[in-house]
Ligand binder design. Structure first.
Ligand code: PLP
Length: 375
């Protein structure tokens, strides 16, 4: 028998930042199951179950819906590098850090990028997007549904319809919306979307659920240049993940997928509507409790993203140094909250109530800790 070593203990944290969120015991147990082969029929049955559950969460009948073996950024990269060829025009809506990242990835794929910007904390203007789409006639239109850097939940339908009228493909970032907010890819006319596992699905980071429509897959098959990323080439991935094919491409991260499948069972047991409602209630409670302490929501009520609330900070926090207050929350109370990103660094906090953590007890723990620190 090999010698056993104790695993070094990590502190327990309540993760109320922009992700990861806490992982339920059921997922941790599933992820710790004994190893099994990636082509074993018992594993493939779980993979198929996870694919079907992801399609349900994404609101799609897309056959190509699966967990990519990498984090959300790889999902972004997969959508852009497969659907854009060098010289292709793309319109990207930028209303936060992740929209800017989409521009950078598209540029590196050789695309001709037009960014349509909105101030951080506001939504994209559908008229400005429509105008750019009409003028540029892009191959694709890309934007972020749930901007984790600002806490804005972007309305999708008008922009997607404008793209559809111009026969452009639509790419949507659902990293912080999937499993916490309603997502309806087919109804909205989205061709490619990606997410992450560490947010509203309450699984560890490491996988990126993605979904491509048949139209998007046809576009990839019709490319004149091969996709420059071998690893993220969806035609190769399709050969591996498609039911009945299983042509070896890479070794799927088996444990992570077992964990994800359990996380998705938990989501579907609760039901998507009930889960979205729970996220709305938790965010509402957070704002109601923190406003009397001087925190002000950054985003107008109609555009707020329930899984991630952004708050302007009161003097009681800024005068103590916002990063110091966050450090005290972590070290003295075991609670993580996020600071601002990009131009919002230093002036806001980002409080995530995602998946497991969208519960009144989590809000109350944070409020109690903050009262202690600020009085
Ligand atoms: N897109 C959005 C909206 C995100 O919030 C994130 C991560 O926070 C990403 C993309 C990148 O995901 P990851 O950090 O899992 O690579």
């Amino acid at each position: 028998m090999p010698e056993t070593h104790p695993v070094p203990a990590l502190p327990e944290r309540l993760l109320l930042g922009p992700g990861p969120s806490n992982v339920p015991e059921r997922v941790r147990r599933a992820q710790g199951a004994p190893m099994i082969g990636h082509l074993d029929p018992a594993f493939l049955a779980v993979l198929e179950e996870a694919k079907a559950a992801l399609a349900e969460l994404f609101g799609t009948r897309n056959r190509f819906t699966l967990p990519l073996s990498a984090t959300g950024s790889a999902g972004m990269e997969a959508c852009l590098v497969n659907l854009l060829e060098p010289g292709d025009r793309v319109v990207v809506g930028v209303h936060g850090v992740f929209g800017s990242r989409m521009c950078e990835v598209a540029r590196r794929a050789g695309a001709d990028v037009t960014a349509v910007e909105a101030p951080f904390g506001q939504a994209l203007d559908p008229d400005a997007m429509r105008e750019a789409i009409r003028a540029i006639k892009p191959r694709a239109v890309a934007f972020v549904h749930a901007e984790t850097s600002t806490g804005v939940l972007q309305p999708v339908e008008e922009i997607a319809a404008a793209a559809c009228d111009a026969d452009a493909l639509v790419i949507l970032d659902c990293v912080t919306s999937l499993g916490g907010v309603s997502v309806a890819l087919d109804e909205w006319g989205i061709d490619a979307a990606y997410s992450g596992t560490q947010k509203c699905l309450s699984c560890p980071p490491g996988l990126s659920p993605v979904s491509f429509s048949e139209r998007a897959l046809e576009r990839v098959r019709a490319r004149s240049h091969p996709v420059q990323s071998w690893y993220l080439d969806v035609t190769l991935l399709d050969g591996y993940y498609a039911t009945g094919k299983r042509v070896y491409h890479h070794t799927a991260p088996i444990s992570a997928i077992l964990g994800l499948a359990e996380g998705l069972r938990i989501v579907l047991e609760e039901g998507l509507d009930a889960r979205a409602q729970r996220h709305r209630e938790a965010a509402g409670r957070l704002i109601a409790e923190l406003e009397p302490l001087g925190f002000e929501p950054l985003v107008a009520e109609a555009l707020r993203l329930p899984p991630l609330t952004t708050l302007r900070l009161p003097r009681a926090v800024t005068s103590r140094g916002e990063a110091d207050v966050r450090a005290r929350l972590l070290l003295h109370h075991g609670i993580e909250v996020g600071g601002g990103l990009g131009p919002l660094a230093g002036s806001i906090w980002r409080v995530g109530l995602m998946g497991e953590n969208a519960h009144p007890e989590c809000v109350d723990r944070l409020v109690t800790a903050l009262r202690e620190e600020l009085t």
